[in-house]
Design a protein around this ligand. Structure first.
Ligand SMILES: Cc1cc2nc3c(=O)[nH]c(=O)nc-3n(C[C@H](O)[C@H](O)[C@H](O)COP(=O)(O)O)c2cc1C
Length: 342
């Protein structure tokens, strides 16, 4: 039993009155205030992907630090990059609470946050105040709940316009299960139109300077033909893929009392599907950089994700269950493997 699981997590739970969302913010603000007392940035496993250099390939997944509150603390824990967001153009509350459930027995989370966001302008302000960080920052973008699907591209463009100077890469999120009809944007023709417009906006914002990369985050709940359609569009439109978002599937093995909650499931029960999808995409598009995310709860899980074809990985649920030293442990395992094979 680690110190984190025996002491830190229960203390945070107690302080939050077992409100999972409040617990998350207590942890983030603690990281913001005290995170830099840690210094785990020492393990260097440099990687270059989609034109960006990462000090190491272990990142924070979107949704964990949506509003860019704790970037310096996350960097001090040894993360090689952070994906902030999902951000939407205008501030919005998201779904009513409770909307975040911990499935402890299953080492999983179900969330239906629904893009709670302070909006693009507030995030831009936060990121510009933070410009001291050295690790790359990805900005994950979405649409406001009230924006009709037919106008969704306007929202993605607004996010790019507002946040362009502050991002090292952008991730187009069309795969969250918690915004009504959002995932319809993964349909071939809609996706082609959306990505073409976002790409044009990125070129416009670059004003002749280096073009920032655009990634696409996909859902795990796609049929084979939907998957293939997405890949045929992505191949010529994006510089990388983030695989994958949370799942609406509910494996029969789930035991927790929260298993029937509506929302996206993450953590251990997502791992096999995420690995399978990464492996498939890597076989189909071998030169496409992949950020592998879904159910990484140990260094071995991360190594399996790299072996499946991921260039980088991200963590969310693993951080909640295994604690803040997980990125450091993964980087140490990666460095040890690299030195063995040299
Ligand atoms: C509470 C919560 C909020 C999330 N919010 C977002 C989000 O805003 N945008 C997004 O693209 N993914 C979001 N995700 C999905 C994660 O980025 C990740 O794709 C997913 O959780 C699988 O990784 P994991 O098994 O390591 O958690 C969220 C996940 C959780 C648990």
């Amino acid at each position: 039993m680690s110190f984190y699981r025996a002491f830190v997590r229960p203390t945070i739970d107690l302080f939050s009155g077992f409100d999972r969302e409040r617990a998350h913010y207590i942890a983030l603000y603690a990281l913001r205030s005290y995170g830099t007392l840690f210094r785990f940035g020492g393990v260097r496993n440099e990687v270059r992907a989609f034109g960006v250099t990462f000090p190491n390939p272990v990142g924070v997944a979107a949704g964990f630090d949506k509003h860019a509150i704790a970037l310096a603390g996350l960097e001090a824990l040894g993360f090689g990059f952070v994906e902030v967001g999902t951000v939407v153009p205008l501030p919005q509350e998201g779904n009513p609470r409770p909307r975040l459930f911990r499935l402890t027995e299953d080492r999983a989370i179900i969330n239906r946050m629904g893009f709670n966001s302070e909006g693009a302008a507030a995030l831009a302000k936060r990121l510009s105040a933070h410009r001291v960080h050295r690790i790359p920052i990805g900005v994950n973008i979405g649409k406001n709940k009230d924006t009709p699907l037919a106008q969704a591209a306007d929202d993605y463009e607004k996010c790019i316009e507002r946040l362009y100077p502050h991002a090292d890469y952008f991730t187009v999120n069309v795969s969250s299960p918690n915004t009504k009809d959002l995932r319809q944007l993964q349909e071939k023709q809609q996706l082609e139109t959306l990505l073409a417009r976002v790409q044009r906006k990125i070129h416009e914002c670059a004003q002749g300077a280096k073009i920032k990369p655009m990634l696409l985050k996909i859902a795990p709940d796609l049929s084979q033909s939907e998957q293939d359609d997405i890949l045929s569009v992505a191949a010529s439109r994006v510089q990388g893929l983030v695989i994958c978002n949370t799942t609406v599937a509910r494996p029969p093995s789930l035991r927790s009392r929260h298993r029937a909650e509506t929302g996206g499931l993450s953590g251990k029960p997502l791992q096999a599907r995420a690995l399978e999808l990464v492996r498939y995409v890597h076989t189909r598009l071998p030169t496409m950089p992949i950020i592998g995310v879904g159910g990484i709860l140990s260094p071995d899980d991360a190594l399996r994700m790299f072996d499946a074809g991921a260039s980088l990985v991200q963590l969310y649920t693993g951080l909640i269950f295994e604690g803040p030293f997980l990125p450091y442990r993964i980087n140490r395992a990666l460095a040890a493997r690299a030195s063995r094979s040299n």
